[in-house]
Design a protein around this ligand. Structure first.
Ligand code: HEC
Length: 145
């Protein structure tokens, strides 16, 4: 059986030494330490939410998966840092493009919440992957150090 081109391309991308400093093609987004601390805390919460969503799905608790997604990752989770001083707000230091990835992530999580409520596991997983795709897209394109 021939390996599909896409699989070959994926292997090439994944095995590339993207993390060596001199070959790191990700765009550096300089932020003050306060904004980075906010971002890191939010990211750890994102990871926890994702972990809990997968757990809820595995137990067939669709409504719970949907609630966590909407509350922690979805449109409902936007604007959390509005009241912080501007040097602690990561959004102040993002380009329009980076912002767009972030917004797409919130929208995808809300989409997942809607789909998960229907109790269709295959569609829920597809929608969840659209959301995790935005985590991947941002991390592969941007770095803060
Ligand atoms: C708009 C861009 C963006 C999106 C979308 C995004 N991240 Fe991040 N993430 C970052 C940046 C930038 C950092 C590095 C922050 C720093 O340490 O300065 C980071 C760091 C992290 C870290 C490491 C935290 C640490 O301890 O250093 C985790 C875990 C993480 N993200 C999880 C996620 C998950 C899960 C998602 C999707 C649900 C996600 N992120 C979506 C930009 C993003």
């Amino acid at each position: 059986m021939k390996l599909p081109i896409i699989a070959v391309a994926l292997v090439a991308v994944l095995s590339a030494p993207t993390f060596a400093a001199d070959t790191d093609a990700r765009q550096l987004v300089p932020m003050p330490p306060e904004a980075r601390a906010t971002m890191r805390a939010e990211m750890l919460d994102n990871q926890l939410a994702l972990h809990q969503i997968i757990g809820a799905l595995a137990e067939g608790k669709y409504a719970e998966a949907a609630d966590i997604a909407e509350k922690e990752l979805g449109i409902s989770a936007m604007g959390k840092h509005r009241k912080l001083p501007s040097n602690a707000r990561p959004g102040m230091f993002m380009s329009d493009e980076m912002h767009a990835v972030g917004r797409a992530g919130h929208a995808a999580a809300s989409d997942f919440a809607k789909v998960a409520k229907t109790g269709d596991m295959a569609k829920a997983l597809t929608a969840l992957q659209a959301a995790t795709g935005t985590c991947v897209a941002c991390h592969r394109n941007y770095r803060t150090q």
